[in-house]
Design a protein around this ligand. Structure first.
Ligand code: FAD
Ligand code: NAP
Length: 348
C-alpha cells in the first residue's frame, strides 16, 4: 500500500486551528487542538496522548457531511492515510482496499480506469473513503453496502484494531453502526470493496438513462455511466468550492402509505418510491419545495434554488444560523405534511 513511512517523531497538536477550509459549508470556526495523521503509527501515537484521550475527539475526512455550529472544543484528527491496492481476486471480483484518507471521487476514477465495476454511480460524491461507510453513502440506486467487503478501524479508547464485515456494520438507508451504537468510538483506517470484473450497469435511476441517450453511444461502459452521473450532478448540485454546502441536509423520509395517501389527496402528482408493503419513501426535496422554501435566502444562508434538499452558505454564515434554518424547515414540514424530517448532516 502506498502509505507514508512511519516517522520517528512526536506528533504535535496545533492549538486554535482554523477549520474554514476543512468543511465544505465553509463555516469559519476553529478546533481547540488539531493534528493530521499519515499512517497508523502516527494515529496510535496521537491516541496515546492524554491530551487527545481526555477531550472530545472528531475524526475529519473531507468535511463534506458536517455542520460546525460552534468552535470544536476538543481535538480534531484529520485522516490523511493514503493508498489503494488490490488485495484479492476471484473469477468474478477484485477485492480493492483503499486507505481512509483517499478522496472518494479519485477512488471511483481509479476503479473506472482499472475496470473495477460497481462504484460508477457514486462518482463525484465529495469526501474521503473512510467516511463512506459512516452513512453508507448512496446515489442513483447504489449504496456502498452493495460493494462493501470489510473495513479496518481503530478503537479510540482501547486502541485495538478490528475488522468489521458487512453484518457488523449494520448498514441502512444513510445509516451504519458507526452513526448509531458505535458513534464516536472508532476511526476507520481502510475500506475494502468487492468490485465486479463483469459490470452490471444500473442506469434505471433518476436521469441517467436520459443522459446516456443524449450521449448516443453504441455500447455503454462504466466510464459512460460515471460521465452521465457527473454531468447530471454538476448541472443541479452546487459546487462547494463556489457555494458552501454539505449536500442533502435531510434524509428522505420513509412514511406509512396512509400518510402518503393523505398528501396525494392534496397533491395528486406527489412522488413516492415503494420501500415495503406498508411504507414509501417521499423525496424530502419535493416536500420542502412544496412548502415554499426552495430558493429562500436569509442574507448569509439559504435553500439552494435548484435542489431544495441542499442548504447553502451564501457568505459568512454561522453554523448556528444554518441549523436554525433547518429547524424552521423541519417544523414547517411537520405542520404541513405531518412528516418529521431527520437531518443527514452531522452537527457539531
Ligand atoms: P466528513 O464530513 O469529514 O465526516 C462525516 C462524519 O464521519 C463525521 O461524523 C466524522 O467524524 C466521521 N468520519 C469521517 N471520517 C471518518 C473515519 N475515517 N473514521 C471514523 N469516522 C469518520 N452523500 C451521499 O451519501 N450521497 C451523495 O450523493 C452525496 N452527495 C453530496 C454532494 C455534495 C455537493 C456534498 C457537499 C455532499 C454530498 N454527500 C453525499 C455527503 C458527503 O459527501 C458524504 O457523506 C461523504 O461520505 C462525507 O465524507 P467526508 O470525508 O467529507 O466526511
Ligand atoms: P432526483 O433524481 O431528483 O430524485 C429525488 C429523490 O427521489 C432522490 O433523493 C431519490 O432518493 C429518489 N428517487 C429518484 N429515483 C428513484 C428510484 N428510481 N427509486 C427510488 N428512489 C428514487 O435526486 P437528486 O437530488 O438529483 O439526487 C440524485 C442522487 O444523488 C440521489 O440518489 C441522491 O440520494 C444522491 N445525492 C445525495 C446527496 C447527499 O448529500 N446525500 C446529495 C446529492 C445527491 P435517494 O436519495 O434515496 O436515492
Amino acid at each position: 500500500m502506498r502509505s507514508t513511512q512511519a516517522r520517528n517523531c512526536s506528533m504535535q497538536l496545533t492549538p486554535n486551528h482554523p477549520l474554514k477550509n476543512l468543511n465544505t459549508f465553509g463555516i469559519d470556526c476553529t478546533a481547540k487542538w488539531f493534528a493530521a495523521f499519515h499512517n497508523t503509527d502516527e494515529l496510535m501515537e496521537l491516541l496515546d496522548n492524554p491530551e487527545v484521550q481526555n477531550q472530545p475527539q472528531l475524526v475529519l475526512g473531507g468535511g463534506s457531511n458536517i455542520l460546525f455550529t460552534q468552535p470544536f472544543n476538543g481535538v480534531v484528527l484529520k485522516n490523511s492515510l493514503l493508498g489503494i491496492e488490490v488485495v484479492g481476486e476471484t473469477d468474478d471480483h477484485y477485492l480493492v482496499k483503499a486507505a481512509a484518507g483517499e478522496n472518494w471521487h479519485q477512488f471511483v476514477m481509479h476503479c473506472i480506469k482499472n475496470q473495477f465495476a460497481g462504484v460508477e454511480n457514486l462518482a463525484l460524491i465529495p469526501g474521503c473513503v473512510g467516511a463512506s461507510p459512516m452513512q453508507n453513502i448512496g446515489a442513483y440506486g447504489v449504496e456502498i453496502k452493495d460493494v462493501f467487503h470489510e473495513l479496518d478501524a481503530v478503537h479510540i479508547r482501547e486502541k485495538k484494531i478490528k475488522t468489521f464485515d458487512v453484518t457488523e456494520c449494520s448498514f441502512g438507508y444513510r445509516e451504519s453502526v458507526f452513526k448509531q451504537r458505535e458513534k464516536n468510538q472508532w476511526i476507520i483506517t481502510s475500506v475494502t470493496f468487492r468490485l465486479n470484473k463483469n459490470p452490471r450497469l444500473k442506469t434505471g435511476y433518476g436521469a441517467i438513462e436520459e443522459e446516456l441517450d443524449r450521449m448516443n453511444l453504441d455500447q455503454i461502459t462504466i466510464k459512460d455511466v460515471a460521465k452521465a452521473v457527473i454531468q447530471i450532478r454538476s448541472s443541479k448540485l452546487p459546487d462547494p468550492a463556489v457555494l458552501g454546502n454539505a449536500g442533502s441536509f435531510f434524509k428522505n423520509p420513509v412514511v406509512p402509505i396512509e400518510t402518503y395517501e393523505k398528501i396525494k389527496s392534496h397533491y395528486p402528482g406527489a412522488p413516492s418510491y415503494p420501500i415495503s408493503e406498508t411504507a414509501v419513501k417521499v423525496p424530502a426535496g419535493w416536500l420542502i419545495e412544496q412548502a415554499g422554501w426552495k430558493g429562500l435566502k436569509r442574507i448569509t444562508h439559504g435553500v439552494h434554488d435548484k435542489q431544495a434538499l441542499v442548504l447553502v452558505n451564501l457568505g459568512n454564515a454561522r453554523g448556528a444560523e444554518i441549523l436554525q434554518l433547518s429547524s424552521d424547515i423541519i417544523d414547517d414540514i411537520q405542520h404541513k405534511f405531518d412528516i418529521t424530517l431527520e437531518r443527514e448532516v452531522n452537527i457539531y
